[in-house]
Design a protein around this ligand. Structure first.
Ligand SMILES: Nc1ncnc2c1ncn2[C@@H]1O[C@H](COP(=O)(O)OP(=O)(O)O)[C@@H](O)[C@H]1O
Ligand SMILES: [Mg+2]
Length: 418
């Protein structure tokens, strides 16, 4: 066949492979097509494609054409031998005489298969070899530049297909994880709600009777002290139960147009005593141009209480809490940031702080931030954390100026490290 006919044929194969790479999500389908088309286009006996398994470091057979089952069943090819050379040369390697070349791992089987000559083209992703295309010939022959260029270009397309498949696989496993997480959390929420309801009533009884007994107990003595401890601990249980109920309540926010600055002011004045008690200075920087936005006032209030109490607890004694609000016209959102000079969050915990029940406090419930997360999420907003250990933590909340109706209600937690 003349050169121009060859070029036309190579071009048509390249185009078919390229279409398949871009339209198919099944990498096996693409690679099967490649080995068939390449074998036919270059008049070879057959060809195969091996992909590097990153875990086992073996070149595993992924597609083959024109070769017998017996020959293909030889197993893995030594990665080291092939890849080192391909990396060094960064081009197609021609093994002229299969019987005499030390790189050939199975010369006897090759002879039985009628193979005289082989050609390896590396599949590169960046600087790394991720696999090879190996083409087999029954006779020794020469290769034109067009043929070699054609093979390099096909190898590039295969590398793209592998890259795309890995990306799809990665995303798929991310989404699978997320679905599992959401499922677990919603089951957890239902369970928590059930338990909380069951425990709430007896706790009320304990509290009622112990308070009555406390009132009647002699002013001095262990009886009264014991009752005081019972009352305190029961109150603590009630708080935990309240948090649990809040966490598990799948309640639509009751949104009205309100000013987020007013909610911040109200929260700050409510916690004034806490700040004074712990010698905490509060820096407030609230935007004077804050518009009213659609929010559930009580829920947002709860979010700020959670964030500010966490900040107080992180500072313990003496420090600064700053809170600022602003509108971001570019992002079309309202942003509120709280920052403290407390102990900060170690890097290994930063991805866990929004998880329900994650706490580093002896008396914590680990629910404050997960409740806050859900509330912000139900306002179609986002909440993020950043922290340098020893230098405090910063929480950023963004609520869109305009929310889509109906509100985006999530049953579980949103994904990602926040
Ligand atoms: N401002 C902060 N500084 C340091 N750590 C924080 C801060 N806010 C939250 N955390 C960490 O996140 C964890 C979870 O917080 P939260 O959900 O409110 O539960 P709790 O306060 O009951 O522990 C806390 O135990 C703490 O380790
Ligand atoms: Mg908390």
């Amino acid at each position: 066949m003349d050169t121009s006919a060859n070029i036309a044929r190579f071009y048509s194969v390249c185009r078919d492979v390229s279409t398949s790479v871009h339209s198919s999500t099944d990498v096996k389908e693409v690679l099967d097509l490649v080995v068939k088309l390449v074998t036919e286009a270059i008049n070879a006996k057959g060809s195969l494609l091996r992909i590097l398994n990153l875990e086992t470091d073996k070149l595993e057979l992924s597609a083959a054409y024109g070769l017998s089952e017996r020959y293909l069943s030889k197993g893995h090819v030594s990665t080291h031998r092939v890849i080192t050379e391909l990396c060094m040369q960064n081009k197609v390697i021609i093994i002229e005489d299969v019987q005499a070349d030390p790189r050939v791992q199975y010369p006897r089987e090759a002879r039985e298969e009628g193979i005289r000559m082989m050609l390896d083209a590396p599949l590169f992703l960046g600087d790394n070899v991720v696999g090879i295309v190996r083409i087999f010939f029954t006779e020794q022959r020469k290769f034109s530049d067009e043929e070699l260029n054609f093979l390099v270009s096909i190898a590039e397309q295969c590398a793209c297909a592998i890259d795309k498949a890995r990306l799809i696989e990665k995303h798929k496993s991310m989404y699978d994880n997320l679905a599992l997480q959401t499922e677990k959390l919603s089951a957890l929420g239902r369970m928590a709600a059930g338990i909380a309801h069951e425990i709430n009533n007896p706790l009320g009884g304990i509290l009622l009777y112990s308070t009555n007994l406390f009132k009647k107990a002699p002013k001095e003595g262990p009886f009264r002290d014991g009752l005081e401890i019972i009352i305190q601990e029961t109150m603590r249980c009630k708080t935990i139960i309240q948090d649990l109920l809040e966490f598990s309540r799948e309640k639509e926010p009751e949104k009205t147009f309100a000013n987020i600055n007013n909610i911040i002011e109200k929260t700050l004045s409510m916690l004034e005593n806490e700040f004074r008690l712990h010698h905490i200075r509060v820096e407030k920087l609230l935007s004077s141009e804050m518009p009213d936005i659609l929010i559930d006032v009580n829920q947002m209030h709860q979010v700020f209480v959670n964030l500010l109490l966490n900040a107080v607890e992180a500072i313990q004694d003496q420090g600064t809490i700053s809170i600022r609000s602003e509108i971001d016209p570019a992002q079309r959102c309202v942003r509120v940031e709280t920052a403290d000079t407390g102990r900060g969050i170690p890097p290994e915990n930063i991805s866990k702080v929004f998880e329900p029940f994650f706490t580093t406090k002896a008396k914590g419930t680990g629910l404050g931030l997960s409740v806050s997360y859900r509330i912000v999420w139900n306002h179609q907003g986002d909440i993020k954390v950043s922290s340098q250990p020893g230098q405090g933590a910063r929480f950023t909340i963004e609520i869109p100026l305009l929310q889509n109706a109906p509100s985006k209600e999530t049953k579980g937690q949103p994904h990602g490290t926040r």
